[in-house]
Design a protein around this ligand. Structure first.
Ligand code: FAD
Ligand code: 2HG
Ligand code: ZN
Length: 511
């Protein structure tokens, strides 16, 4: 078969991804409101104070008014339920600071009163970390969305933590730059949330993770101390490198209020290829060929299995540009020379097709068509939730064993699941194993856990490649962290948050 360039019919029914849609579904009764976390999981409330009317009055005086202190049930429902509909807390108050000083005052007061808090960004996290477990006070960063500086010379962007990732991407583009991170939740997630989860995303293969791109952070500790760890330089070897403690600690060590991040120069030439393949073995070999042939212009390398694509095309009424195959790959190149990049891509495609690795494919550099191909991939996560309920496992696995777990889980859960699918960032050895079913059930849950984590640990994988530990995985952290490391993490938490008020019940296992 020869390579075809297919004209993609623009889909009229493309739905915008969006967390707001999910919450509207709760409000309208189209989605079942999840059980309270304390009812679904065996967990005991810590010895924290309960929010009193006096506390609310104090918060109103710090924030200067009622509209930044939400207490009405219908206003705070969305802040208590996570994106997946897997956990639900019952906080009675949401605080919306606008400045670092306000965050500092709130935390100082909460620490003195022993009131537990849950920092929240865009609430798109997939591990139950962004909502309260019990009645923790939600501190939403929504109003901290100022962009302070974008310097086209150095590529440095400085902003508050509540900026939405997609907005930053648009503003960076205006200066000829791109954000070094991109993910399906970009329209809702905050950059502060991205840092707090050390989010990976679709272009990590090219730009590396946030520990490399983030130059500085400003964070407020549990006791209300403002730590200015901002820096505008890539090179600053004045250790200890404290900023890294806040990247990936999921709001358990401090609240990130500002940051400075390095934005690479936007590429002049971008191509997207969507390929059909017959086996996982072919996917693996095509990835190797992509690295070897495309080298520095490879900016994304994603794998999608047949059921995953079926899910996004079905639920969002999208059209695949190629026929059905057992596996698909989305490969993106970003470079500075159109002719050079196209020559490389053509050589890569010709050689993989000659070898019988790639059976069919389409390539485009037209923005609308590229966006439509990306939608097929980015909407998989959302689409599987539309089956009713979705257990999501985000694991790092050696490429030799990458897809076997999907088959093992499919066997194990049988008809209890609607779909058992595997897709994800093969360029970073990161598989998204998703198991959808009509509604949450403890029977299927018990078949899945700890099985998935034991399997992952047996091949020395990671139980969380990019989504974090949150609330849902604390029990399983031990499969990826040795006891000495867990002890040091607990000691650090004790040092930085002596009263344990910051996002309790998250990351560290409950004792
Ligand atoms: P939230 O969900 O609000 O919070 C996440 C955690 O960070 C919580 O523990 C919260 O307490 C803490 N937190 C938030 N803001 C702060 C702050 N300012 N200071 C301290 N703590 C804070 N993740 C990936 O890694 N890669 C992907 O490709 C990816 N794709 C996704 C696609 C979809 C459709 C969805 C729904 C999610 C996806 N995610 C992905 C998961 C999620 O979007 C990321 O984890 C994201 O970084 C969370 O950002 P947020 O602002 O929504 O944070
Ligand atoms: C993605 O890569 C996200 O699309 C979400 O990380 C993965 O929902 C998932 O399992
Ligand atoms: Zn992902």
């Amino acid at each position: 078969m020869t390579l075809r360039s297919i004209l993609l019919a623009p889909s009229k029914l493309l739905q915008r991804r969006g967390i707001q849609n999910l919450y509207r579904q709760y409000a309208s009764g189209h989605r079942e409101i999840p059980a309270l976390t304390k009812e679904r999981y065996p967990i005991k409330r810590g010895k924290f104070s309960e929010v009193s009317d006096g506390d609310i009055a104090r918060f109103e005086s710090i924030l200067g008014g009622k509209n930044r202190v939400l207490t009405a049930t219908e206003e705070i429902q969305g802040y208590n339920i996570d994106y997946l509909g897997s956990v639900r807390g019952f906080s009675r108050v949401v605080l919306k600071p606008k400045s670092t000083e306000e965050v500092s005052e709130i935390l100082k007061y909460c620490n003195e009163r022993k009131l537990a808090v849950c920092p929240q960004g865009g609430n798109t996290g997939l591990v139950g970390g962004s909502v309260p477990v019990f009645d923790e006070i939600v501190i939403s960063l929504q109003l901290m969305d100022k962009i302070e500086k974008i310097d086209e010379y150095s590529g440095i962007l400085v902003c508050q933590a509540g900026c939405v990732l997609e907005t930053l991407e648009q503003k960076a583009n205006e200066k000829g730059l791109v954000m070094p991170i991109d993910l399906g939740a970009k329209g809702s997630c905050h950059v502060g949330g991205n840092l707090s989860t050390n989010a990976g995303g679709l272009r990590l293969v090219r730009y590396g993770n946030l520990h490399g791109s983030v130059l500085g952070v400003e964070a407020v500790t549990a006791e209300g101390r403002v730590l200015d760890l901002m820096s505008n330089f890539k090179k600053d070897n004045t250790g200890y490198h404290l900023k890294h403690l806040f990247i990936g600690s999921e709001g358990t060590l401090g609240i990130i209020t500002r940051l400075s991040i390095f934005c690479p120069t936007a590429s002049k030439s971008i191509n997207v290829a969507f390929l059909g393949l017959d086996s996982y073995e072919s996917v693996k070999n095509t990835f190797l060929a992509a690295k070897r042939n495309l080298g520095e212009i490879l900016s994304s390398c994603e794998m999608i299995d047949a059921l995953s694509l079926e899910s996004s095309t079905y639920h969002f009424n999208l059209q695949s540009p190629i026929e059905k195959y057992p596996f698909y790959m989305l490969i993106e190149t970003s470079g500075s020379n159109i002719a050079h990049d196209e020559e490389k891509l053509t050589n890569f495609l010709e050689s993989t097709m000659e070898k019988g690795l790639v059976l069919d494919g389409t390539v485009t550099n037209e923005p609308t068509k590229m966006r439509n191909i990306w939608k097929l991939r980015e909407l998989i996560a959302d689409s599987l939730i539309n089956d009713g309920y979705c257990f999501k496992y985000d694991i790092s696995l050696p490429l030799d064993n990458f897809y076997d777990i999907v088959l093992a889980v499919r066997d194990r859960v049988g008809p209890l699941a609607t779909k058992v699918t595997g897709y994800g960032h093969i360029g970073d050895s990161n598989l998204h194993l998703n198991v959808s079913c009509p509604k949450y059930g403890s029977e299927i849950h018990k078949l899945l856990e700890p099985f998935v984590y034991e399997y992952t640990s047996n091949v020395r994988g990671s139980v969380s490649a990019e989504h974090g530990i949150g609330f849902l995985k604390t029990k399983y952290l031990k499969y990826s962290k040795r006891p000495e490391s867990l002890l040091l993490m607990t000691q650090l938490k004790g040092l930085m948050d002596p009263n344990g008020i910051l996002n309790p019940y998250k990351v560290l296992p409950q004792v």
